[in-house]
Ligand binder design. Structure first.
Ligand code: ZN
Ligand code: ZN
Length: 418
């Protein structure tokens, strides 16, 4: 399978001109063996460094591309944070012009951020279908303990070798499935924001992301049976989701309330006393089920009433995030994305919002797919107590200033007359 930017670039029916920085993505068995051919075809030249971790170096042992320098990082305690970045920066020669990430999420985030600092060309070779971030132009980092999205560079090309990523540990593939299933909520939140505040929305990009998500859901049996085409559809969905972000210019099509739940868990704020070693997509997968359950609960309530949206209370933020993180959280929410949402707007559009929520897969159906595929589905599966769920729903919107239905929860009251 291939994705060519020429298919998508240009004026769209939404009125915007979409542009992908990534020119080309190849998903095929054996394509890593021809990496140098793709580099020259797309005019990528200069002193080239391939960045691996020890695991991905071993997983690609029969097909290491010939480059000027291989850097192999120790995966123990390697994270996308300031330490990971300085580790790679120390090893990079000043003459490096092309950085190739050969690995999964962490290697990509570290390498793409270093490529940005060094103004080098960036090439992505995912070794697992584990996250949607390969095509991202930003790096998802934990910087001084806080989740940050830092400006970085998008890959010019992506070369995803099926022989490699389908043999990655199954836990990584399951995690990629979780990240992809999160698009259901992300797309719903995007549409809801468009309905309520007229936020920019592109139905074409929403549609292609939705179709890719559906195709991943339908590929689960094939993945369980070890069919390369099913794995390729998962990788295709993950890459496409990243490219959708490039075309919109932010993560709106790929990240909503489910990702905010995952981010909150990753931040492990002092007031929640939680910690989880789960992978990004595992947390997103669990967050997706929590969000779908809550959205469906709201949409199917027989009696409902609405309040004007009000901003988060400072004292609550201090209680949850502690003094050290409070300033960051307040800054993030400075121009509150939901501030214009009134009770009358919610009342006027509620049926439309419910129609969007109805399009979400049924919770029991999804739970069964998770179960069949061995995907983590409950908070207890990711090392958290089930009683924390209400707090996650309450506080997760604080980590990103983005309009989601979850952010409006306090303004939607069940069991009261309108
Ligand atoms: Zn568009
Ligand atoms: Zn994600």
């Amino acid at each position: 399978m291939t994705i060519d930017s020429l298919q998508y670039n240009g004026i769209c029916r939404c009125g915007k001109e979409h542009r992908m920085e990534t020119e080309f993505a190849m998903i095929e068995s054996g394509c890593l063996k021809n990496l140098s051919g793709y580099l020259s075809k797309y005019g990528i030249q200069g002193y080239t460094v391939a960045v691996y971790d020890e695991n991905t170096y071993a997983a690609t042992a029969d097909r290491h591309p010939s480059v000027d320098l291989d850097i192999i990082l120790d995966p123990t305690d390697l994270h996308a944070n300031e330490h990971g970045v300085s580790l790679l920066m120390e090893k990079l020669p000043s003459c490096a012009e092309v950085l190739i990430a050969i690995g999964s999420g962490t290697i990509h985030d570290i390498t793409r951020y270093c490529a940005y600092i060094k103004k080098a060309e960036f090439v992505s070779c995912p070794t697992a279908a584990s996250v949607d971030g390969f095509c991202s132009s930003v790096a998802a980092m934990t910087w001084n303990g806080c989740k940050k999205t830092l400006t970085a560079v998008a890959p010019k090309i992506v070369i995803a070798d099926t022989d490699v990523f389908m043999n990655a540990p199954i836990r990584l593939t399951r995690s990629g499935f979780g990240d992809m299933i999160g698009k259901y909520i992300a797309l719903t939140d995007w549409k809801i924001a468009n309905i309520l505040t007229n936020e920019f929305y592109c139905d074409r990009i929403a549609q292609i992301t939705f179709e890719a998500t559906q195709s991943v859901l339908e590929s689960v049996d094939g993945i369980i049976e070890g069919k390369p085409q099913a794995y390729e559809r998962l990788m295709y969905g993950l890459l496409l989701s990243g490219l959708a972000m490039q075309m919109i210019g932010n993560s709106r099509p790929a990240s909503g309330a489910e990702h905010h739940i995952s981010h909150l868990i990753e931040m492990a704020p002092v007031g929640l006393d939680i910690s989880s070693n789960a992978l990004h997509g595992e947390k997103v997968g669990v967050g997706t089920l929590l969000a779908i359950e809550e959205y469906k609960r709201l949409a199917t309530a027989s009696k409902i009433s609405f309040l004007d949206y009000t901003e988060f209370n400072r004292q609550t933020i201090v209680n949850v995030f502690g003094e050290t993180m409070t300033e960051e959280i307040l800054k993030e929410n400075e121009h509150d994305a939901a501030i214009s949402v009134t009770s009358s707007a919610l009342r006027a559009h509620w049926n439309e919002l419910c129609e969007e929520i109805e399009k979400l897969p049924e919770i029991e159906f999804l739970r069964n797919v998770y179960l069949k595929f061995g995907v983590k589905s409950q908070l207890s599966d990711i090392g958290l107590d089930d009683v924390i769920s209400t707090k996650l729903l309450d506080y997760s919107p604080m980590v990103r200033n983005r309009l989601t239905l979850m952010r409006l929860r306090g303004a939607i009251k069940i069991g009261e007359h309108n």
